[in-house]
Design a protein around this ligand. Structure first.
Ligand code: CP
Ligand code: NVA
Length: 312
C-alpha cells in the first residue's frame, strides 16, 4: 500500500476531512473519560523542527504518547541536516528507524523533498506556505462550538500567510465560507487561492478575498487573525505593522459579524497588534479550545496515516 503524507490539506478528500473532524470529537470525549486508544502502540515518530514551536511540538508528542507511540525530537542544530546532509538522504535514513515524520521548516519545497524520499508518512507541522494541521483543529473548533459546519462563514483579517492558505484549502473542502481581508501586497498566494476555489465548487463553499475588513466580516461566525510577521519575517516587522494596522481585530470589527461570532487565533498572539487584549481575553475568544483541539485533530490524522485506518 502506498504511504500517505499530509502536506497541504488536499491529501485527504472532503469526506475524509469531515470524518476526521467527527472522529476527533468522539475521541476527545473518550480521552476526557480516561479512555485511550493504543492505535499506534510500538511505533516511533521523528519530529524535525527547524523553527520554534510550543503547540505543534507538544500536541504531537502528547498525542503520539496517548496513542502508545514514542517520539524522537530533532532540534535544528542537533542533526547532520544542520551540517548539510540533504533532506532527501535524511528522509531515507529516518525511514529505516521510524514509522512517521513530522516536519516544521521554512521552504515548503523542503517538506516536499522529505516526503518524496521518505518511505513513511510525512506530516507538515508548518512551512512558510502551509499549516494544515492548524486548519484541521480550527474547523474542529467551529464544528464543536456550533454543532455543525453547515452554513458557517469564517472571516480572516490580516496577513495572507501560511495559516490563511490552510484555512482556504480546508475550508473549501469542508464547505465553510472563508472570506479574507488583506491589504495589497499581503494577499494570499494566487495559485493556492485558485486551488481552493476549484475545490470549493464541490462543497459550495464561498472563497472570497477583499481589502475591506467589514465586507469580509459580514455575517461571519468566526473572526480569525494571525501575527503580522511570521517566523522568518522578523526583518519586515516595521513595514508590516504599518500596512496591516487597519486590519486589527477589535470589538468594532465584530459589529459586521454574526452577533454570536467567536474570535479565533492560531497563537502565539501579539496583543495590541493583530488583536486587542479585550477581544482575545474576552468572552468571544475560543483560542485555548482551538489550541487544545490540535491534539484531538492530529491524533485522528496520525491514525489515518500511520495506523491502518483508511479514513474513509
Ligand atoms: N499554532 C501553532 O502552530 O503554534 P506553535 O508555533 O506553538 O506550534
Ligand atoms: N503565521 C505564523 C503561524 C505560527 C503558528 C508563522 O508562520 O510564524
Amino acid at each position: 500500500m502506498k504511504k500517505r503524507d499530509y502536506l497541504t490539506g488536499f491529501e485527504l478528500s472532503a469526506a475524509q476531512t469531515l470524518e476526521l473532524i467527527e472522529e476527533a470529537l468522539v475521541q476527545k470525549k473518550e480521552t476526557a473519560q480516561g479512555k485511550l486508544r493504543p492505535a499506534l502502540a510500538g511505533k516511533n515518530f521523528a519530529l524535525i523542527f527547524e523553527k520554534h514551536s510550543t503547540r505543534t511540538r507538544v500536541s504531537f508528542e502528547a498525542g503520539l504518547t496517548q496513542l502508545g507511540a514514542s517520539t524522537i525530537f530533532l532540534a535544528p542544530n542537533d542533526t547532520q541536516i544542520a551540517r548539510g546532509e540533504t533532506p532527501a538522504d535524511s528522509a531515507r535514513v529516518l525511514s529505516e528507524y521510524v514509522d512517521g515524520i513530522v516536519v516544521r521548516t521554512y521552504a515548503h519545497a523542503r517538506v516536499e523533498e522529505i516526503a518524496a524520499n521518505a518511505s513513511v508518512p510525512v506530516i507538515n507541522g508548518l512551512t512558510d506556505l502551509h499549516h494544515p494541521c492548524q486548519a484541521l483543529a480550527d474547523f474542529l473548533t467551529m464544528r464543536e462550538h456550533y454543532g455543525t459546519l453547515d452554513g458557517l462563514k469564517l472571516a480572516y483579517l490580516g496577513d495572507g500567510n501560511n495559516v490563511l492558505h490552510s484555512l482556504l484549502i480546508v475550508g473549501a473542502l469542508v464547505g465553510v465560507d472563508v472570506s479574507a481581508a488583506c491589504p495589497e501586497g499581503y494577499r494570499p498566494d494566487s495559485g493556492i487561492l485558485e486551488q481552493a476555489r476549484v475545490s470549493a465548487q464541490e462543497s459550495s463553499a464561498r472563497i472570497h478575498v477583499t481589502e475591506d475588513a467589514a465586507e469580509a466580516c459580514a455575517g461571519a461566525h468566526a473572526v480569525y487573525t494571525d501575527v503580522w510577521a511570521s517566523m522568518g519575517q522578523e526583518d519586515e516587522n516595521e513595514r508590516r505593522q504599518k500596512a496591516l494596522a487597519p486590519y486589527q481585530v477589535n470589538e468594532e470589527v465584530f459589529r459586521a459579524a454574526h452577533e454570536d461570532a467567536v474570535f479565533m487565533h492560531c497563537l502565539p498572539a501579539h496583543r495590541g497588534e493583530e488583536v486587542t487584549a479585550d477581544v482575545i481575553d474576552g468572552p468571544r475568544s475560543v483560542v485555548f479550545t482551538q489550541a487544545g483541539n490540535r491534539l484531538h485533530a492530529q491524533k485522528i490524522l496520525l491514525q489515518i496515516l500511520a495506523g491502518g485506518n483508511d479514513g474513509a
